[in-house]
Ligand binder design. Structure first.
Ligand SMILES: [Cu+2]
Length: 428
């Protein structure tokens, strides 16, 4: 497969939707253009031509992302990328971010010190080799496989923190003093904005308004005290459209001073979306036609199943920094909206539902008691968001993809008949 990128000589931008993905011979090529395939003939040995209103130059993919040619370099070829900070993988809190390594901290006196390395990463969104939930589905329920759209493999060249996108969840407690040391291994300047956090202006990470951007190779230190609690976020505060879409975001959980130990399972799910031209590992950053949607950087069927025991109190924290809203729905339960990025919602104001809309730039926390055993779907209810690469799938029976996973509520006693909690009350 010979993938080429088109660079417009007039508007000086990459024509990212126009991607050659198959070269039949020297002169006839197929283009993917606004989700339709057209065939064009290009004179041999000519690498400049008109494509619609764009005068385009064809650059082979092998050199299109090198510093000499690229407008959007993913990584400088000479760049050294560090291994994730040794604090990565160190579980020191109580929340789980399935699919993302936890992040521990060091103590400097009373200050909790976290380390984030912003860096180019190669990240696998979905790997056709395995499914996290196929083994849970009874064989007798399977539709003949030939009727299915096949699973597929999708890797992306993107940016992340400490080797992952989203970056690791930062977990601290109201009243803590935190220090976050950012190391920039990106090919361009960056900063981190602490989204929703009430802090001094010079710690807000809005470069260049409140700080000089952190140049490639530089390290920068943020330090502030946490005066609030809730599910908050962090993301790039410089060249935001590109850097956030490239994957530079994460969740920042601040527990209340009086820790709520009534929560048995506390999960963070960060919502992300990507536009990936067919056959490519590079992101299209200039379209709003997203075709991959992920929970914690993974698409179904690779999103970890959330495993809880019957009777446990479960909290799900959804965080969403990117540009679309996602209505996340659960089967078999009515949950309660208990928090936003503004903190806990007073009990009398909590709304019940089975779907929670998570707007762009917001977080939503829901809670439920896992009374109902079984396999329950948890997914976005924008239906294009539960299909992988929806622009190119054939309309067969399509495997669920993108923002789709299961909550597996393990029964206390497998042989017990199903009982609704209200029924139990009636029997008392
Ligand atoms: Cu969605």
């Amino acid at each position: 497969m010979n993938i080429l990128i088109f660079l417009c000589l007039l508007c000086n931008s990459l024509i990212l939707n126009a991607q050659l993905f198959h070269q039949k011979n020297n002169t006839s090529v197929e283009f993917f253009w606004n989700q339709t395939t057209t065939e064009k003939t290009i004179p041999q040995n000519l690498n400049i031509f008109w494509f619609g209103s764009h005068k385009a130059i064809i650059i082979p993919e092998s050199i299109s992302h090198t510093p000499e040619y690229s407008i959007i370099p993913w990584k400088k070829s000479s760049q050294e990328i560090s291994a994730p900070s040794p604090l990565t993988g160190k579980q020191m809190g109580v929340v789980q971010t399935p699919g993302v390594q936890p992040l521990g901290y060091e103590l400097d006196g009373d200050i909790k010190v976290f380390r984030l390395i912003a860096q180019p990463i190669e990240h696998t969104i979905v790997d056709e080799k395995y499914s996290t939930f196929a083994h849970l589905i009874p064989n007798k329920n399977e539709v003949p496989h030939e009727m299915h759209h096949a699973l597929r493999y999708q890797k992306i060249k993107c940016w992340g923190y400490n080797g992952s996108t989203p970056g690791p969840t930062i977990e601290a407690t109201e009243g803590d003093r935190v220090r976050i040391i950012l190391q920039n291994e990106l090919p361009e300047p960056t900063s981190i904005h602490w989204h929703g956090i009430e802090l001094p202006n010079n710690q807000d990470g809005a470069a260049p308004e409140t700080q000089r951007p952190v140049m490639p190779g530089e390290t920068y230190t943020y330090e502030f005290t946490l005066y609030q609690s809730g599910t908050l976020m962090y993301h790039s505060g410089h060249n935001v459209m590109r850097q956030d879409h490239m994957g530079l975001n994460g969740t920042f959980v601040i527990h209340p001073k009086q820790y709520e130990n009534h929560i048995d399972k506390d999960f963070v799910i960060m919502l992300q979306q990507w536009a990936i031209p067919p056959g490519s590992e590079y992101l299209n950053l200039v379209t709003m036609d997203f075709n991959w949607f992920t929970f914690n950087g993974h698409a179904a069927p690779n999103i970890p199943v959330l495993i809880v025991n019957q009777g446990e109190r479960v909290r799900l924290r959804f965080s969403n920094i990117i540009m679309d809203s996602h209505p996340i729905h659960i089967h078999g339960y009515i949950w309660q909206e208990v928090g936003t990025e503004g903190g806990p919602i007073p009990p009398l104001a909590q709304i019940k539902g089975s779907t929670i809309l998570v707007p762009a730039g917001s977080t939503r926390d829901v809670e439920f008691i896992a009374w109902n055993p079984g396999l329950w779907r948890l997914h976005c209810h924008k239906l294009h968001h539960i299909i992988n690469a929806h622009a190119e799938v054939p309309m067969g029976i399509m495997e669920h993809g993108s923002m789709f996973t299961l909550v597996h509520v393990i029964p206390k006693n497998k042989n017990e008949p199903w009982v609704h909690p209200k029924q139990k009350d009636e029997n008392v």
